[in-house]
Design a protein around this ligand. Structure first.
Ligand code: AMP
Ligand code: MG
Length: 355
């Protein structure tokens, strides 16, 4: 097999209409096998977690690569079934319905993601807060009525938000709310968590490398594409988004090995009230969205950290967000400020990941 025949993988992190996040594509083929005893298999786009997912598996043979991809997708689907607040029969929906009345028993993954969510709340001084559901709902209905919530409405919703009011019992594996009407919203962390679990599932199936993308949150591990030294990920320029998936310009290309990248932004997911745009990411303290940053990209070791930090930095803004990232040795940030400046700001160690 000639070198030309080898799969050429190009990954572009871009915007998805539904998620406002990022995605990558691979061309030109779905599967390649090498004489050298490795196979790269690409799942193509699959719809999971209300967005597109894509998995690449690298293994000694194509059966193993395919099995690892299916294991990853099964794990992602499982996480979604447990944690979606859109699905009425999910564990998170059960907690949201009954969590004030009684301690709700949950499975190990749901308990683990909530524990990690609380850790990130503590780390970020509450900028990341998985109990933000009441405020998210308030802004959604404000959009429907085309009127900004009143101070009284904001205060009422804020009284039902706060990770300090989330009671986790590790012995019983139960979850309980200390305030009536609280609601969990895992939108800022579930994708990252699902990716990390899916990477484990792939490794268990024998993959020696791979990449998982859920709606633009990405983690790559192990062997990069054949002929490359690293995984290449293009960051789409949030200033040049044409509205079509992948149509924007590339801001920069990241080169990663064993790392995750997540992007949060206000540029495609937002609510519009009276012609004014409000981000879907809300500061639990004020009840409003931050608005200082158009896009926040975080590079970290694990996808859950990249995901949670991207959401938190969106709330904290440039100064607080950079201070947070600089504290974390293995995390870096690439920020784009809001219009009209659209200033590009990088954390001190980000350059080493930029091509
Ligand atoms: P992401 O795209 O990862 O930044 O996640 C954004 C989603 O997280 C929103 O659509 C909400 O569902 C949820 N969310 C909003 N504000 C917060 C917050 N302050 N902390 C945690 N999750 C949030
Ligand atoms: Mg996030």
């Amino acid at each position: 097999m000639s070198k030309k025949d080898r799969i050429f993988i190009e990954i572009i992190v871009g915007l998805l209409l539904i998620t406002g996040a990022v995605y990558f594509f691979i061309k030109p083929r779905r599967e390649s096998v090498w004489l050298s005893g490795r196979a790269d298999v690409d799942s193509g786009k699959r719809v999971v977690m209300g967005t597109f997912a894509r998995v690449i598996g690298v293994a000694a043979d194509s059966d193993t690569a395919k099995r690892s991809i299916e294991a990853a997708l099964a794990e992602i689907t499982r996480v979604d079934e447990l944690m979606s607040d859109y699905k009425e029969d999910s564990e998170i929906s059960e907690v949201n319905r009954d969590g004030f009345e009684r301690a709700v028993k949950v499975s190990e993954p749901t308990y683990e993601v909530l524990q990690k969510a609380v850790e990130f709340s503590e780390l970020t001084g509450g900028a990341f807060d998985v109990t933000v559901g009441a405020l998210v709902d308030l802004w959604r209905s404000a959009e429907e009525m085309n009127s900004v919530p009143s101070d009284a409405e904001l205060a009422e919703a804020r009284s039902r938000v706060g990770y300090d009011k989330l009671i986790l019992d590790s012995n019983e594996m139960t979850v309980r709310f200390a305030a009536e009407g609280m609601r969990l919203d895992l939108g800022g962390i579930a994708k990252g968590y699902a990716i990390d679990r899916a990477v484990e599932a792939m490794q268990t199936e024998g993959a020696m490398g791979g990449m998982i993308d859920i709606g633009g949150d990405i983690r790559c591990f192990g062997a990069p594409p054949e002929g490359k030294e690293r995984w290449r990920i293009g960051l789409q320029d949030s200033r040049a988004v044409g509205g079509e998936v992948g149509q924007g310009q590339i801001l920069m290309v990241l080169e990663l090995t064993d790392a995750a990248v997540a992007t949060s932004g206000d540029y495609q997911r937002f609510v519009v009230i009276g012609g004014q745009r409000y981000s879907h990411i809300i500061d639990a303290e004020s009840g409003y969205s931050g608005g200082e940053l158009t896009s926040v990209t975080i590079i970290a070791k694990g996808a859950i950290e990249a995901d949670a930090l991207a959401t938190a930095v969106s709330v904290k803004g440039v100064e607080g967000g950079l201070a947070l990232v600089e504290q974390r040795k293995e995390a870096e940030a690439i920020l784009v400020t809001s219009a009209p400046e659209y200033e590009l700001i990088k954390s001190s160690g980000a350059e080493r990941f930029i091509e």
